[in-house]
Design a protein around this ligand. Structure first.
Ligand code: SAM
Length: 246
């Protein structure tokens, strides 16, 4: 069945995306593990390593966009010292609830703040963060160019943006296996684990339609980022994009 998300107008798409994440919030991490064979952990860890959060007490403010469940935030706080403070922003209250509950378990106090908001209209002043991340989130945002400009706007001069996203598999042979897995296995897993095949069909479709690494790097440059670099991971299943505000 064809799933019309990608053709939806920006205003319409956000509502559809919100429904998906409301449905999957409680099973979200388990599904990530099953779908990626645990690889999403390694990719996220690589992103946080690239961030280079300071170990000492030096102040460092990170904004993690589309980070309601706290996945990236908790990693950054684990790696960094006392001075690291994180804001996790998400448009979806159900995802934020998951993150808030986890933060409470981890007794993180005021080192983390959860904010409900839209990546296309970040509720923060200009130049207020040392780094901005978004992991597997930009693909869901209706107007990617607007979100990238917003990420740049809230960065301090010299600050870095990291975007982790699915990409295009570039290993001959493996691409076929990956396609078969995506279109057949993932919706079935979604049905079994979350009782919801359709949301996972959306996921696969949104990955297919996302620009390849070179095209996305161009979008970052157009949004004003400099020293843009793309690092493919696991044969191109995912890609880590980096850019600076200079
Ligand atoms: N960063 C987490 C991770 O890597 O596990 C979650 C990624 S999840 C695939 C995508 C997230 O993007 C969802 O939590 C969803 O609510 C959020 N999202 C979708 N559209 C958004 C928007 N316009 N602004 C902010 N967050 C958005």
């Amino acid at each position: 069945a064809h799933f019309g998300f990608a053709e939806a107008a920006p205003g319409e798409k956000q509502g559809l995306v919100d429904d998906v994440f409301h449905k999957v919030a409680s099973r979200y991490d388990l599904m990530n593990d099953l779908m990626s064979g645990g690889l999403h952990r390694a990719w996220k860890s690589a992103m946080v390593t690239a961030l280079g959060v300071p170990k000492g007490a030096r102040g460092f403010r990170l904004l993690d966009v589309a980070g309601g469940t706290g996945d990236i935030s908790f990693r950054a706080l684990d790696r960094g010292g006392e001075g690291v403070k994180v804001v996790a922003l998400d448009i979806n209250g159900a995802m934020l609830d998951v993150g808030r509950a986890r933060a409470a378990e981890r007794k993180l106090g005021d080192r983390i703040e959860f904010v409900q908001g839209n990546a296309e209209d970040l509720p923060f002043p200009d130049r207020s963060f040392d780094a901005v991340t978004i992991a597997f989130g930009i693909r869901n945002v209706p107007r990617v160019d607007v979100a990238l400009r917003e990420m740049r706007r809230v960065l301090k001069i010299g600050g870095r943006a990291l975007v982790l996203e699915f990409s295009k598999v570039d290993v001959p042979g493996f691409d076929k296996v990956y396609d078969a897995f995506s279109f057949n296995v993932i919706p079935r897993l979604g049905q079994m684990v979350a009782g919801d095949a359709e949301s996972y069909r959306y996921l696969v479709e949104s990955i297919r339609r996302f620009p390849d690494a070179a095209a996305f790097a161009d979008m970052m440059r157009e949004a004003g980022f400099e020293q843009v670099e793309a690092t493919p991971m696991t044969g191109g299943i995912a890609c880590l994009h980096s850019g600076f505000r200079i």
